[in-house]
Design a protein around this ligand. Structure first.
Ligand code: F6P
Length: 366
């Protein structure tokens, strides 16, 4: 057993179902097995920079397994190395990493567990390089963190999207309409691919495969001619037409990655209605995919990740993220994680599976 006596947890980036299950697992195991003192920083790296934290006792984490969001709060903006100060419309960035590192030293922390996506884990890696003992846990509905096959939150998001598309099916059938479902996923199409297959989507449009709008419209027309009077199109928010760009919903200047995607569903809806003459509606699932209680899979997986992080602390193994490779937990150096998002490889089995049952990805159709 290692000699860690006091550890801290923070949650950064967008919230996602299962974060509280991780907080609970880390805290319980650290207390039960090693009698560690556990604290939680509030609102991600804001808490670290400004020394805002609270104790996490065994009782504090009881009853949170099924709770969505994060009991600690989070931030998609806070970055100790490029900390944003906003005055009126002007944003100024300052390096506040010394404050963050001082907080860790002053609290005599033996480890900082960072639960987050690529942005949060990239910062965790910088802190590690600056001498802070850190462990990362991959979190995002997008499932796009490199060096891990899966992230917690993804299964829940896919289930919510699938439930939504299932419900849209009945309206599409009753009204003989084209229904477009836009789902989140940032620059990766994992949520669209999985929920599209799970719900029997006719056309699935993902960022990895730029679409041809004329081909998409033609598929809809051909289906109509064959007596399929409704079509379901699942589109990832990061999708782009051949030779074109993704649709940007807003820019958040002070954010690590300022671009917020969204709106492609409405663009497609107008174009398809115009090209096919068929009535078309768009539904954007948006943040619904990030909310509420995690699936059983995500609860179990989050618990495995959290307890593995404590095993690593007990073994004094720092500077790693707990990942999954070939279905087994692994330890991945954080510097490898920072290399960018994990998108769908074009030779992925699920693409050929879906194509073999007639699903169109907007690039070809037989
Ligand atoms: O990374 C999670 C995610 O929900 C993405 O799928 C989406 O692009 C983005 O965050 C939305 O960000 P915000 O919550 O700032 O609108």
């Amino acid at each position: 057993m290692g000699n860690a006596k006091k550890i801290a947890i923070l949650t950064g980036g967008g919230d996602c179902p299962g974060i509280n299950a991780v907080i609970r697992a880390v805290t319980k195991k650290a207390i039960i097995e090693s009698r560690m003192e556990v604290i939680g920083f509030e609102d991600g790296y804001h808490g670290l920079v400004n020394n805002r934290h609270r104790e996490l006792s065994y009782n504090d984490v009881s009853g949170i397994l099924t709770l969505g969001g994060t009991i600690l709060g989070t931030s998609k903006i806070a970055n100790p190395y490029r900390y944003a100060f906003k005055q009126d419309e002007r944003v100024e960035f300052r390096d506040m990493s010394k404050n963050a590192i001082d907080t860790i030293k002053n609290l005599s922390l033996d480890c900082l567990v960072c639960i987050g996506g690529d942005g949060t884990l990239g910062i965790a890696n910088r802190l590690f390089e600056d001498g802070v003992p850190v462990i990362g846990i991959p979190k995002t509905i997008d499932n796009d963190i490199s060096e891990t096959e899966i992230t917690f939150g993804f299964d829940t998001a896919v289930q919510i999207a699938t439930d939504g598309i299932d419900r849209i099916h009945t309206t599409a059938q009753s009204h003989h309409r084209i229904m477009i479902l836009e789902v989140m996923g940032h620059n990766a199409g994992w949520i669209a691919l999985h929920s599209g297959i799970a719900s029997g989507g006719d056309i699935i449009i993902i960022p990895e495969i730029p679409y041809d709008i004329d081909l998409v419209a033609n598929v809809v027309i051909q289906r109509n001619k064959k007596g399929k009077r409704c079509s379901i199109i699942v589109v990832a928010e990061g999708a782009k037409p051949k030779g074109g760009e993704a649709v940007i919903k807003r820019l958040v200047k002070e954010s690590l990655d300022p671009v917020r995607l969204g709106g492609i569903g409405f663009v497609l809806g107008e174009q398809i209605e115009h090209l096919t003459g068929l009535e078309t509606r768009t539904v954007v699932m948006g943040h619904l995919l990030r909310g509420g209680t995690p699936t059983a899979y995500d609860r179990v997986f989050a618990t495995m990740l959290g307890t593995e992080a404590v095993t690593m602390i007990q073994q004094n193994t720092f500077g790693y993220m707990v990942g999954v490779k070939n279905g087994t937990l692994t330890h991945v150096p954080l510097k490898k994680v920072a290399k960018g998002p994990r998108t769908i490889p074009l030779n992925h089995d699920l693409l050929s599976t879906a194509r073999s049952i007639g699903t169109c990805f907007g690039d070809e159709w037989h």
